[in-house]
Every structure is written in structure tokens, then in C-alpha cells.
Design a binder for this molecule. Structure first.
Ligand SMILES: NC(=O)C1=CN([C@@H]2O[C@H](COP(=O)(O)OP(=O)(O)OC[C@H]3O[C@@H](n4cnc5c(N)ncnc54)[C@H](O)[C@@H]3O)[C@@H](O)[C@H]2O)C=CC1
Ligand SMILES: CC(=O)C(=O)O
Ligand SMILES: [Mg+2]
Length: 478
């Protein structure tokens, strides 16, 4: 079954008769259908035929079927199997847990497990905070979803949300050495979600809420922040807002506009759209218009959704009404956090000179960059296969590294702004350009810069319960 989630790479296992072996024809069939043959591996050979794996890449999934059909039609070639490399990477899940020390004899066994472990349990029982020293709590967070807003896929089965949560857990570990447990809840009831998270919280040093739809995500996060003494961070709201703000600061630097003067249209007033709008208001944007499915939110309308009511009262100073195409006219910046393909080239043509377009919906952006690269000054998406990836992955590993290291009670607004400024500052003036406004996820300065700036902000705002040695030493904090 084909989907349409962007470019991909796949492997065709082919049985080829030796006298009719024709790589040139296979390469031509692949190329004519819009693919590239990037590798050939021999699996087995016999006097009359051989079995080979041909790795093919395409720039869109829709071309995959055509390539397969063309290759199947070649004489002397039998298609045995098609493996999608993305699926292969997911076989058996993407992460595992491992003991830190081996258990090789009875003595080890009695220390890590019963009877000696009981002494450790009782030490923590007498002083529960010792969990930070004697359990995984010190370095472990939970990545928790209710599967109601997974990427831009909407509500999907709880099992189906796991690949994204596992992916986030991988990124936490690889980028910031934070251990993360992926958890997909089998409920979408606000009270049950809150109660479940409170009940499982003792194991964790932080909670990363992920892909929980608005408006329930706002209440869930607010209530958990009050109830728990560990940081609770809704990644789609705050991680996205931090990275968006960093990218916008740098994009404006490239075209010489000031954040205080630009007209910004945010499309999709959900979890990410609300948080991004809040950070923009805090950063000084005055003319901000939010658009959702029914058009611009404005103060002359009343909304059942309390966050939309708040939004309408705090944005759109001229109470502009209308569809996205109407309100985007003359805007300097478009920020899409809604759904794929909803922005038209004509909409971008109607924006102010040197428009900035951040089409951040995943997996399909609001508009494909190639459709507007000749008319937009700066274009960014949420994806890793285009330049300028604005994705919360630039924030959450460093943010939780910092929060765990200083044992933060909460992640507050100054800590988020500090993270945004840290990300923006990774790119020097000499490096900055319209196609390089935001560092890559593989830039190894990102996590340490965020960590340092966020810990400083946590200390200065009374959120840190511990001052890591390196920070204490460098800044001479009391
Ligand atoms: N690049 C990044 O780092 C991130 C990207 N996203 C993407 O942003 C999108 C929204 O995510 P969330 O805010 O978590 O979801 P959400 O479900 O909380 O909000 C989505 C909002 O978009 C609106 N919307 C949907 N179709 C629309 C349309 N055609 N026109 C106008 N508004 C429309 C919905 O009514 C809703 O208010 C998703 O595609 C998600 O993948 C979200 C978080 C991070
Ligand atoms: C990137 C991300 O968290 C999302 O698209 O939901
Ligand atoms: Mg998400």
C-alpha cells in the first residue's frame, strides 16, 4: 500500500538469469520512472541465475509503484521482494534498555537484586530525594502521548504513535545523553491522562508531553505543572516555539527587518500555533494574525475554545477578518502549523517584499519550498530533507539536559527564551544566509549552548535545585 509522505529509499530483491543480466536496463527503467539506483548487492549466485538487492531512491513515494512495475516487466528479471528501508529501520522497534553493569555471579545478583537492593530501597524510603542519586530518575524522562495529534496525522491508534515517541527517545539519547521512555497512553480523556502521568511520575526526572491535541494539551500541561515537582514540557508547544523564535530572529537578520515592525500570519492555532504566537508576542511582534480552518481569529467573534478566545483578544489589533488568502496580503512572515499543501504560490506573491515563509506542518509542509524559492526571501520547513529545518528536535534534547542537570523544578519562560537565543547564536554573522538560518540537528554546539544558557536562566529565576559544577565554577554563582 503506497502512502504519500515524501521521498524514500527502498530495496528490490531481484532474481536475474545470468545470460540476461542487464543492469543498464534496470538502471534505465529506474531512472525513467524518476528514481536512482544507488547500490547493488549480491545475495547469492548459481550457474544459471543470481539474486541481488538493488537499492533505489526516489524524491516522492508516488514514483515507487511505477519503478517497481517497470522493473517487473523486464525480461529475465523476477521481483522476489520489496523492502522499504524505513520499515527495516523500525523492525523490532528503535530502542532497547541495557544494564549498565553485567551481572556475572551470585554476589552481583544479590547486590543489584534481592537481598541487598532492599537496603537501597529503604535509604530512598527514608529520604525520597535520594531517588535522584540511586535510581534512573536523575537522567530519565518520559515521552508521553495520547496519540491525538501525531505529527500532522491527527488522531491515530495508540500503537501507531509509538514510532514517533521511540524516535524522540532516540534523539534524546543520541543528542543529549538523556534516557527517555516512549509511552503511548490508551486514553484520550483529560482526567485519565493527568492521573496516569501523576501515578507513573516517580520513575522520571521530567515529563515531555508529545503530540497531544489542542485544546486539551493546555489544561493537561498546566495541571501537571501544578501537581508535579519535576519539569513538564509540552514539546509541540514550547520546543516548537523556541526553535521558531530562534529561526525568525535569524531570518529577520538576513533581510534587515525588525521583529517589532513585521506583520506575521500564523496558520493553525493549535498546540504549536498558540505557543509560537505567545513567544512572538513576548519577543515584540505587534501585528500578529492567527488563522484556523474558519479564517482569521478576531476580537469581534466569541469562541467556545477558551484559548482561541484568549488569542482573539491578544492578537489581530485591527480585527481583520477573512480567509488565509485574504489576511496574508502584505504580511512579512507566514508561519504554518496546520496541514500540508494549504498555502498557494499566489498567497506568497501577495505578501510584502522579501517574504519569510516557515511551512512547518509535518510530514507535508503547507507549501513545498520548490514552488516559492524564486519569490520568497527565506523558506523553512519542519523536515530534514530541505534546508532550514525548524523542528523542535533542536530544542528538546538540550532543554531536558539542562533541566535534569540543574534539577529544575519547572521549565519557565526565561529558560525558553534563553534556549532560543542559544540556538540562534550558534550561527555567526559570517555564516548566516537565507538558506542557513538555523543550525543543523547534527551541529554539536547546539546542545551544550542550550544547556549552559538554560541552566543560567534557571539559576537566575530560582528554578534550579542544584548547580552543576561546571556552571558554578565558570559563573561563580552563590
Ligand atoms: N516543525 C515542528 O517542529 C513542528 C511541527 N508541527 C506540525 O504542526 C502541525 C500542527 O501540530 P499541533 O499544533 O501539534 O496540532 P493541533 O492539532 O494542536 O493543531 C492543529 C491546528 O491546525 C488547524 N488546521 C488544520 N487544518 C487546517 C487548515 N487547512 N487551515 C487552517 N488551520 C488548520 C486545526 O484546526 C488545529 O487548530 C502538524 O502538522 C505538526 O506536525 C507541530 C509541532 C512541531
Ligand atoms: C516535530 C513534531 O513534534 C511534530 O511534528 O509533531
Ligand atoms: Mg510532536
Amino acid at each position: 500500500m503506497m502512502n504519500n509522505l515524501g521521498g524514500k529509499s527502498f530495496i528490490l530483491r531481484l532474481e536475474m538469469t545470468n545470460e540476461q543480466m542487464k543492469f543498464a536496463e534496470i538502471a534505465a527503467a529506474v531512472s525513467k520512472s524518476g528514481g536512482d539506483m544507488v547500490a547493488i548487492d549480491v545475495i547469492s549466485t548459481s550457474p544459471s541465475f543470481s539474486i541481488r538487492d538493488i537499492t533505489v531512491t526516489t524524491d516522492s513515494n508516488s514514483k515507487m509503484d511505477t519503478i517497481i512495475q517497470r522493473v517487473e516487466q523486464l525480461d529475465g528479471v523476477k521481483l522476489l521482494h520489496v523492502s522499504d528501508r524505513t520499515f527495516l529501520l523500525h523492525l523490532g522497534g528503535k530502542i532497547e534498555t541495557k544494564p549498565k553493569t553485567p551481572i556475572t555471579n551470585r554476589d552481583d545478583l544479590s547486590r543489584v537484586y534481592t537481598p541487598d537492593v532492599a537496603r537501597v530501597c529503604m535509604a530512598i524510603h527514608e529520604q525520597p530525594d535520594k531517588a535522584y542519586n540511586l535510581t534512573i530518575k536523575r537522567n530519565t524522562i518520559a515521552v508521553i502521548t495520547d496519540s491525538s495529534a501525531v505529527l500532522g496525522l491527527g488522531t491515530i491508534h495508540p500503537n501507531a504513535a509509538m514510532p514517533v515517541m521511540e524516535g524522540k527517545a532516540m534523539l534524546f539519547k543520541q543528542l543529549a545523553n538523556v534516557d527517555a521512555f516512549p509511552i503511548s497512553l490508551n486514553t484520550r480523556d483529560t482526567e485519565e491522562i493527568i492521573e496516569t502521568i501523576i501515578r507513573i511520575s516517580p520513575a522520571f526526572g521530567g515529563i515531555n508531553l508529545e503530540d497531544i491535541a489542542s485544546p486539551r494539551c493546555f489544561e493537561i500541561e498546566e495541571r501537571l505543572r501544578k501537581e508535579l515537582d519535576i519539569p513538564v514540557f509540552h514539546d509541540d508547544q514550547h520546543g516548537t516555539a523556541v526553535v521558531l523564535y530562534a529561526a525568525l530572529l535569524n531570518a529577520l537578520r538576513t533581510i534587515g527587518k525588525s521583529i517589532k515592525d513585521v506583520k506575521v500570519v500564523v496558520c493553525g492555532i493549535g498546540a504549536a500555533g498558540v505557543a509560537c504566537s505567545k513567544i512572538l508576542l513576548a519577543g515584540g511582534v505587534k501585528e500578529l494574525i492567527g488563522v484556523d480552518r474558519a479564517g482569521a481569529l478576531h476580537r469581534e467573534e466569541s469562541y467556545d475554545n477558551p484559548i482561541w478566545q484568549w488569542y482573539a483578544e491578544h492578537t489581530n489589533p485591527n480585527a481583520v477578518k477573512g480567509s488565509l488568502s485574504e489576511v496574508i496580503k502584505g504580511a512579512d512572515v507566514f508561519i504554518g502549523l496546520s496541514a500540508g499543501g494549504i498555502l498557494k504560490r499566489e498567497d506568497v506573491q501577495s505578501m510584502a517584499k522579501q517574504p519569510i515563509v516557515f511551512a512547518m506542518a509535518n510530514p507535508e509542509p503547507e507549501i513545498k519550498p520548490e514552488l516559492i524559492e524564486d519569490i520568497a526571501a527565506v523558506v523553512a520547513t519542519g523536515r530534514s530533507d530541505y534546508p532550514n529545518q525548524i523542528n523542535n528536535v533542536l530544542c528538546f534534547p538540550g532543554m531536558f539536559r539542562a533541566a535534569l542537570d540543574c534539577r529544575a523544578k519547572e521549565i519557565n519562560e526565561p529558560m525558553k527564551l534563553a534556549a532560543a537565543e542559544a540556538i540562534a547564536s550558534v550561527i555567526s554573522d559570517a555564516e548566516l544566509s537565507p538558506s542557513y538560518i538555523i543550525p543543523s540537528v547534527f551541529n554539536d554546539q547546539v546542545v551544550p549552548m542550550i544547556r549552559r544558557r538554560v541552566i543560567e536562566a534557571a539559576i537566575q529565576t530560582g528554578m534550579a535545585r542544584k548547580i552543576p559544577k561546571d556552571i558554578h565554577h565558570v559563573y561563580n554563582f552563590p
